[in-house]
Design a protein around this ligand. Structure first.
Ligand code: ZN
Length: 434
């Protein structure tokens, strides 16, 4: 048994709470209790005590949309319009280089970065999902892997059906491993076939998984969909039986009031990716309006090729800032809301909120400790405000996933830094334009 003794606990549930001088007792992978230090010491005298002065312990961050292996393409092509970036730079490079090794090694590099930055769960969408899972398990991270498919042939699969079958085989292979779940991941309404969308809802139910897809990321995509299908994409998905509370729409940038109302009616969840939307000039998601309509909105980094960081602290801050400008309301997405989006709401969007996303007895001990004593963080009036507007990922000192400490004193214990440096350099040398 372990007793974490930080200066503060931000449990996310109950909402808006910060507990002073409270301990979190962990037994194996689970949280046993959250109580004042002296009470916890009396109840669990034999627990090993981890003193965390000047630290706040909060739930591990949940990255609800990424393409982890694309970390190997970090900074590979920047400052380009989206289509030119995708069609001329990213897709040809992926077609040439992406194989099992790329995914395994790229995902390992991503896990190292995410864990050190306080992310304990990620929702991935990429080729060779079984290889991504292998690296996540090695790193000790919780992963939701995508059964990715697109209509066009790729190096990964000759057609959509083969892609789906490979994904399902990977899901079967990893079905008994704790911390690993899958979602059906048609790339988007435009890249997966109409026939596949017609049966996506049924297939997801049959497999017992949710659906994760890119939706309404760019204005051009929205216009093309309308021209081709004579209906807005959200309504079109509803008509095909794809929408449900386990449907996760990544980006959801261009959502008008009708789109939001339909999404709310079906209980759809959203992964808001503010940095990626800014960098690719995709637009500004109406986050506060979606929250007001009752949508569950988590936060994602997207891949490192379009961010270029897998830094959830930066996304939390950007989400809180951007939402205010978009809503023209300084009260939009306040600090506690932004932190809930990055934890409990993200977990809910991935169907994991029974397990993680808040600090409650019985839940998995996915926890992070953040240092609030930096000289750049004085004075301090409000812990939640500091976490959102002042702190960065460099302030994360310790990380536990299911009770296992994976980062200690800012060093990742599961993935050696030398290994990821070497792997990344090898891929750079291979892929760098001559
Ligand atoms: Zn994406």
């Amino acid at each position: 048994m372990i007793r974490l003794a930080p200066s503060w606990v931000l449990p996310v549930e109950p909402a808006g709470t910060v507990l002073d001088e409270h301990s979190i007792v962990i037994d194996g992978e689970r949280i046993v209790s959250v109580s004042p230090h002296d009470e916890a010491a009396r109840s669990h005298p034999d627990a090993q005590v981890v003193e965390l002065p000047d630290r706040v312990v909060m739930p591990g961050l949940v990255n609800t949309h990424t393409h982890a292996a694309m970390t190997l393409l970090r900074g590979f092509a920047d400052d380009l319009p989206l289509l030119e970036w995708l069609e001329n730079r990213i897709w040809p490079t992926e077609a040439r280089w992406v194989d099992e090794h790329f995914v395994r090694e790229g995902t390992l590099v991503a896990c190292h970065e995410m864990l050190r930055g306080g992310t304990t769960t990620f929702n991935d969408m990429y080729f060779y999902p079984g290889e991504a899972v292998r690296s996540a398990v090695q790193a000790g991270m919780r992963v939701v892997a995508g059964i990715l498919y697109v209509a066009a042939p790729t190096r990964y699969a000759t057609d959509e059906q083969e892609s789906i079958e490979r994904g399902i085989a990977a899901a079967d292979e990893w079905s008994n491993v704790p911390g690993v779940t899958f979602m059906l991941a048609p790339h988007s309404t435009y890249a997966a076939s109409v026939a596949s969308w017609e049966r996506a809802g049924d297939l997801a139910v049959e497999l017992g998984v949710g659906i994760h897809t890119h939706l309404n990321e760019t204005w051009g995509e929205v216009e093309r969909h309308l021209a081709q299908h004579r209906r807005p994409s959200v309504q079109w998905l509803a008509d095909h039986g794809a929408l449900s509370p386990t449907f996760l729409a990544a980006h959801a940038v261009h959502m008008d009031s009708h789109d939001i109302a339909v999404a709310a009616e079906f209980g759809v969840c959203v992964s808001h990716c503010p940095s990626s939307n800014l960098k690719l000039a995709s637009g500004f998601a109406k986050v506060q309006q979606m929250l007001d309509a009752g949508l569950t909105v988590g936060i994602g980094t997207d891949g490192a090729a379009s961010n270029n960081r897998l830094d959830m602290f930066q996304e939390i801050r950007t989400a809180a800032l951007l939402a205010k400008a978009v809503a023209r309301d300084g009260a939009a997405v306040d600090a506690h809301t932004a932190l809930r989006m990055a934890t409990l709401d993200g977990a809910r969007a991935l169907g994991l909120d029974d397990l993680v996303g808040s600090i409650r007895p019985g839940k998995q001990a996915d926890l992070i400790a953040v240092n609030l004593s930096s000289d750049d963080a004085v004075p301090r009036y409000d812990v939640a405000s500091h976490l959102v507007y002042v702190c960065g990922r460099g302030d994360v000192t310790d990380v536990w996933v299911a009770g296992r400490q994976v980062v200690q004193d800012s060093v990742c214990r599961t993935v050696p830094a030398e290994e990821i440096r070497q792997r990344a350099a090898e891929w750079r040398d291979r892929m760098a334009p001559a």
